[in-house]
Design a protein around this ligand. Structure first.
Ligand code: ANZ
Ligand code: ZN
Length: 938
């Protein structure tokens, strides 16, 4: 028999694919397209398990779609700008470009070794000036349209990255990349107006085939809120606070106003007054507080009086203005009208500072609330009180009426507010796209003319000094002003690298073009991405920005679709069981292991927690460098070959589920593959040309496999697809023992190859070749099932057959007989067919056990089976889904089992006797039901 030599086969076929260019695609309007894409990686060096999983999911789908006749666009590229290369440059003195190119080469080599079917000609890499020039081009277009602007504002400063961050990159107050605590800082920065698209970004979510969880996260991030603005003039100034409220019905209950402590007006209000010192002290205190904790419900509400009063636009009340720690600067007006009677935060604040509490909504039940006696805010609905003309109106109704009134008097009205902020895109770093702007003393901020793009990164930047390395490059910074020609300075900020990943998927459609970012015809043919695959960590960041850029570029007239990714799959994590101490609540640290790496060879029996001395248990942990529990795909490839790595990672769990890596599982899968390899290469000792009745079962299984696997690949349940294939291989092996029909056996072997080809393509190419076919199985047509062999009634019969096999095996285990001498299969008497059918249909109609029994006993011919029937009804009503009537009567069921006697005996490995209940004297015979013969095992 031919030996399976994965290393040889894999390299051989990879070379052939490349030479024959079989994965290179061009647009072809006569063919249906499919755009399959994985999130392009940040090239940090070698490929890791997460990558292996991500790309194998995508490659399986791409190959499946290709075999199904689609014109498949399946590209790969590198998200190659970013801080780690710059940090390496500072530490080691190597230029980021050198590190980055080396890393790209290394990860690409790993990817090629796995045999992914990318069209490598389309590779896109953000560090190429032919790519990033289009970031600059888009920036300039946005600037021209007012969608990019520079503004001084309070931004998130990450001391770890020594750069600002976008709001999306601050996760619970910490930097998304380096986990440093983020500080607020006033700086002039560049922004993209993503807020202008907030509504469209929200609405577009409805039609996407994305995980509900991701959609919810985006909805919350966008944070649409309907409410009212009300203008509160600040007495003695020219300023007006246009506050946002969702509860304008409480406006007559406003007794003070709270502004965010960092609101710039606070400083102005207290300037040179007796309140200044106290305010400044308070300001410092608030700025020290964690920005996110400070808004939390349980945090103590604090504030200081600013010495100013605001005027209520509806009743002219004069109310004191405070600075507080619980108001968000940058949401609404950065100030709130405070209604202590009806808002808990305001209530706590008012109690603390002795501010009056005025009740303006009374409960429906007639109970009358009094401000001084309340122990918490009344936040429920009710009827307005002490609210001038609006008193007596239900509060929900009052919201609209009061908003209208405000509009009438020109002091506000209905509005919609969004939590999402504009996207801060400038970074004080070298390794990114230079922002194409120039500062001129005469002309101010001047955009670089489009024909001068790209603004290239200089080679002479100095790393290791403080600040942005670009600032230290004189060749870069000095420029003459495009308007007046005088000496000017370049903007030294570069773009957030999330800009790069916001449109790379559009670039893949025409990667080589020079004069536009991408070709319209190409992008219209290929776009949008049909299936996108990546990690959940991008639920907001990348996935929101990419949607925004798709809309922006659409509005520039570059294409006409609205959303970038029709379907999204977020793959589950790859974990590895790792020693874990339950009492200390932590994993065995990497350093505990002498080699500094968790190899899985830790002795769980003898070694104990180095802190508390208790025994470790094994617990799934995400593979990470910090735990040292990473397993490299390269090692698996060397040991078993790429196909085994692919097979295991697809077999361990369905793509969206978490999975545990296991070396043992990997070698078990390798053995399964070897057995399939042998089965497909097998030539049975004897075959026949004639057709036998029991060929029916393998026909059924063959077509069932085709039908199910097709559906499962389509719905990305790849593990289930694999199990279906493996199950079929087991059945085929049995069939092979039985003098199989030559033609049918061959068809089964070939179909197995086709079904497996998307997952283990190299092995399948080789098998296809060994079967005497021309290459490439990768381009073969996916088989279709034939409904002649698989339809509802055939399926019911074979399910009944398989149930008998399962039942026998279960009983064998129960009574502990390994090889029975004889098995009797007793086929139910015909009266039970009609009885079961009627029972099932009554259950469907919602009848209960009592109804069923009464009905059965009303029939004279059934009365004598009373006791049996009671038992049956119990069995059936408990689990009706498990019962069906695959045969009309005893005769046909008996004929079916008799025809397949040889098959049964082969499957069960013993002598089988089939009898009709009516002819049997076995005491088990009564138990027989249609499709569920009684079994007697000796
Ligand atoms: C008066 C009021 C009375 C409010 C009441 C609530 C209950 P969402 O749904 O999040 O939009 N608010 C407005 N701007 C704020 C800011 N910058 N920082 C903190 N809180 C702010 O909630 C809007 C409500 O949050 C507004 O309605 C305002 O308080 C507060 F009985 O105004 B409300
Ligand atoms: Zn100038």
């Amino acid at each position: 028999m031919v030996e399976y030599k994965p290393q040889e086969i894999e390299l051989g076929w990879q070379k052939k694919w490349e030479e024959a260019k079989i994965f290179e695609v061009e647009k072809d309007p006569s063919k249906k397209k499919f755009y399959c894409l994985e999130m392009y990686p940040y090239p940090s060096g070698k490929m890791h398990m997460g990558h292996l999983r991500n790309y194998t999911i995508g490659d399986t789908l791409a190959r499946f779609k290709r075999m199904n006749g689609f014109n498949v666009l399946y590209p790969m590229g590198y998200d190659s700008f970013g801080l780690p290369a710059e940090i390496a440059a500072i530490k080691q003195g190597t230029h980021p470009e050198i590190t980055t190119r080396k890393n790209i080469a290394s990860i690409k080599e790993n990817q090629k070794r796995i045999g992914y079917s990318y069209d490598w000609r389309r590779e896109v890499s953000s560090i190429e000036k032919d790519y990033y020039r289009w970031n600059q081009w888009i920036f300039l277009k946005m600037y021209e349209k007012g969608l990019a602007y520079r503004k001084e504002s309070l931004v998130n400063w990450c001391p770890g990255c020594t750069s600002v961050l976008a709001n999306e990159q601050v996760i619970n107050g910490k930097c998304w990349r380096c986990s440093s605590d983020v500080n607020p800082k006033f700086l002039s920065q560049w922004f993209y107006k993503i807020r202008e698209y907030a509504d469209e970004l929200l609405q577009g979510l409805d039609d996407l085939e994305w995980p509900e969880k991701v959609k919810t996260m985006q909805r919350n991030w966008i944070g649409r809120s309907e409410g009212t603005v009300a203008d509160f003039a600040v007495e003695g100034t020219d300023k007006t606070l246009s506050i946002f409220t969702t509860r304008v019905d409480t406006i007559f209950g406003v007794t003070f106003m709270t502004m965010a402590a960092e609101h710039p007006w606070c400083k102005e209000f207290v300037k040179d007054t007796e309140y200044e010192a106290e305010y400044l002290e308070f300001y410092e205190e608030v700025m020290e507080q964690d920005r996110y904790k400070r808004m939390a419900d349980e945090t103590e509400k604090k504030g200081v009086f600013l010495g100013k009063y605001a005027i209520n636009p509806l009743n002219g009340d004069k109310i004191p203005i405070y600075a507080g720690n619980f108001v968000i600067y940058g949401y609404g007006a950065g100030a709130v009208m405070a209604v202590p009677a009806h808002d808990q935060r305001d209530f706590e604040f008012a109690k603390k500072y002795g501010i009056p509490i005025k009740v303006v909504i009374q409960p429906f039940d007639g109970f009358v609330l009094e401000g001084e006696k309340m122990s918490r805010a009344f936040i429920e609905d009710g009827v307005l009180d002490k609210s001038e003309d609006f008193s007596g109106v239900e509060n929900r109704v009052a919201i609209d009426r009061i908003a209208e009134k405000l509009k009438e008097i020109g002091k506000g009205g209905k509005t919609t507010n969004y939590k999402i902020r504009d996207w801060l895109v400038s970074r004080q770093r070298y390794w990114g796209t230079p922002i194409p702007m120039i500062f001129c003393d005469e002309c101010g901020v001047v955009p670089v003319p489009i024909d001068q793009l790209p603004v290239e990164l200089p080679q002479d930047a100095v790393f290791g000094k403080t600040g942005n390395p670009l600032e230290h490059s004189e060749s870069f910074m000095n420029v003459s002003c495009p308007k007046c020609g005088k000496a000017a300075r370049r903007e030294s900020d570069t773009m957030d690298t999330f800009v790069d990943s916001s449109w790379y998927f559009l670039k893949y459609t025409s990667p080589k073009l020079g004069d536009v970012p991408f070709n319209k015809e190409d992008v219209e043919y290929w776009g949008p991405v049909d299936q996108y695959i990546g990690g959940i960590e991008h639920a907001i960041l990348h996935l929101l920005y990419a949607r925004f850029f798709t809309k922006i570029t659409r509005d520039f007239g570059l294409h006409s679709f609205n959303e970038p990714f029709k379907a999204l799959l977020t793959q589950g994590m790859v974990n590895l069981p790792h020693p874990y101490c339950e009492s200390c609540n932590k994993f065995l640290p990497k350093s505990y292991n002498k080699e500094g790496n968790w190899t899985g060879e830790y002795n769980m029996e003898t070694e104990t927690c180095n802190t508390c001395g208790s025994k470790y248990i094994l617990k799934s942990a995400k593979m990470s460098k910090s735990l040292g529990n990473t397993i490299s795909p390269q090692r698996i490839v060397e040991e078993f070959g790429a196909d085994t790595a692919r097979f295991f990672i697809m077999h361990a769990a369905n793509p969206v589920k978490e999975m545990d890596w296991s070396d043992a599982g990997c070698s078990a899968d390798n053995r399964i593959m070897l057995k399939i390899w042998d089965l497909v290469n097998d030539i049975p000792i004897s075959t026949r040309d004639s057709v036998d009745v029991y060929d029916g079962y393998i026909q059924y299984r063959l077509h069932r496999m085709i039908r199910n696997v097709t559906e499962l690949y389509q719905t990305m349940l790849i593990r289930d697809a694999l199990n279906e294939i493996i199950g079929f291989a087991d059945v085929l092996r049995k069939y092979c023992e039985m003098v199989p029909n030559k033609q049918l056996f061959g068809q089964c072997q070939e179909t197995l190859i086709l079904m497996l080809a998307p997952i283990v393509p190299h092995m399948c190419e080789e098998l296809w070749h060994l079967k005497g076919h021309d290459p490439y199985v990768s381009l073969c047509k996916w088989p279709a099932f034939d409904s002649q062999y698989i339809n509802e009634s055939i399926e019911l019969r074979w399910q009944c057959y398989e149930n008998v096999l399962d039942d026998v095996k279960n009983i064998q285990k129960l009574i502990k007989i390994e090889v029975p001498k004889e098995i009797q299969i007793i086929i139910a008497d015909s009266w039970k067919n009609q009885f079961t059918e009627e029972t099932l249909s009554m259950i469907k109609d919602g009848k209960n056990f009592g109804d069923l029994m009464k009905n059965a006993m009303s029939k004279p011919d059934l009365k004598r089976y009373g006791k049996q029937i009671k038992g049956f009804l119990g069995r059936i009503s408990k689990n009706p889904g498990k019962f069906s009537v695959p045969f009309p009567n005893q005769e046909e069921e008996y004929a079916f089992f008799t025809e397949n006697l040889a098959l049964l005996e082969n499957d069960l490995g013993t002598k089988i006797i089939i009898v009709k209940e009516t002819n049997s004297d076995n005491k088990k015979k009564d138990q027989a039901l249609p499709g569920k013969p009684a079994l007697s095992i000796k």
